[in-house]
Design a binder for this molecule. Structure first.
Ligand code: AP5
Ligand code: MG
Length: 213
C-alpha cells in the first residue's frame, strides 16, 4: 500500500499515520518531521527551511522533493509507505508522478478550521520520536513523557495561534486543490475527522480495508 494522508494542519495526519504504520507494518514518511529534525540538528537543510517553517509557509519544492526522493529509495519503503504532509501542492504531486511512484490511495481527513485551533494549542509532541499527543484528547500516560520512547513532550514552535492561522491559509490556497487532483484520478477517499481520536481511527481503518489495506 502506497498512500498519502491529506488534511489541514492539525487534522490528525500524524496521529492516524502512527496507527496505520502499526496496522499495515509500513513506514510513515512525514516531511514535516524530517524538516523539524534537520532544524533541530542545524543541518544545511534545516538552516534553509527554518524561516519558512517558523512563518507557517511551505518550504521550497526543490528541497522537499529531494527529501522524498532520498527517503523513498530506502529499503524499508520497498513494501509500501504512508506519506504524511507530502505532496502539499500540485507541483509536488506532479514531481511524485515523475519519480514513478504509483499511489494506491489518498486519504483526506476533513476537520473544520474552527476545531483546528483547539487541537493545535493542546498538542504536545515528543522531542525524540515525534509522536503526537493532546492534553485533553490524547494525553500521555505520564504527564510530559512520551508513551513510546520516554522522550520529553514539548509544544511545537509553529503552534502559536498566529502561525496556525497562516498555515491554514496556505493549506486552503495550495494544498486543498490536491483533492480535485486525486479525485480526477479516482484515488481520493474522504474521512470526516471526529471529536475522539479513536473514532477517526475506526473510520480510517474501515476505509483502508475497503481499499485492500
Ligand atoms: P507538518 O509537520 O506536516 O505540519 P502540518 O501539515 O501543519 O500538520 P500537523 O503536523 O500540524 O498536523 P497533523 O495533521 O499531523 O495533526 P496531529 O496528528 O499532530 O509541517 C510543518 C511545516 O513543515 C509546514 O508548515 C511547512 O513549512 C513544512 N513542510 C512540511 N511538508 C512540506 C512540504 N511537502 N512542502 C513544503 N513544506 C513542507 O494532530 C493535531 C493535534 O490534534 C494533536 O494534539 C492530536 O493529539 C490531536 N488530535 C488528532 N486527532 C484528533 C481527534 N480526532 N480528535 C481530537 N484531537 C485530535
Ligand atoms: Mg503532523
Amino acid at each position: 500500500m502506497k498512500m498519502i494522508l491529506l488534511g489541514a494542519p492539525g487534522a490528525g495526519k500524524g496521529t492516524q499515520a502512527e496507527v496505520i504504520c502499526d496496522t499495515l507494518h509500513i513506514p510513515a514518511v512525514s516531511t514535516g518531521n524530517i524538516l523539524k529534525e534537520a532544524v533541530r540538528k542545524g543541518t544545511e537543510l534545516g538552516v534553509k527551511a527554518k524561516g519558512f517553517m517558523d512563518a507557517g509557509q511551505l518550504v521550497p519544492d526543490d528541497l522537499v522533493i529531494s527529501i522524498i526522493k532520498e527517503r523513498l529509495a530506502e529499503p524499508d519503503c520497498a513494501g509500501g509507505f504512508i506519506l504524511d504532509g507530502f505532496p502539499r501542492n500540485v507541483q509536488q504531486a506532479q514531481a511524485l508522478e515523475e519519480l514513478g511512484v504509483a499511489i494506491d490511495l489518498v486519504l483526506d481527513i476533513e476537520v473544520a478550521d474552527e476545531d483546528i485551533m483547539r487541537r493545535l494549542t493542546g498538542r504536545r509532541v515528543c522531542a525524540s520520536c515525534g509522536a503526537s499527543y493532546h492534553t485533553a484528547f490524547k494525553p500521555s500516560k505520564a504527564e510530559g513523557v512520551c508513551d513510546r520512547c520516554s522522550g520529553e513532550l514539548i509544544v511545537r514552535a509553529d503552534d502559536a495561534p498566529e502561525t496556525v492561522a497562516k498555515r491554514l491559509t496556505v493549506y486552503h490556497e495550495q494544498t486543498e486543490p490536491l483533492k480535485d487532483f486525486y479525485e480526477a484520478k479516482g484515488k481520493l477517499a474522504i474521512v470526516q475527522g471526529q471529536e475522539e481520536v479513536a473514532d477517526t481511527t475506526k473510520l480510517v481503518l474501515d476505509t483502508l480495508s475497503r481499499y485492500g489495506g
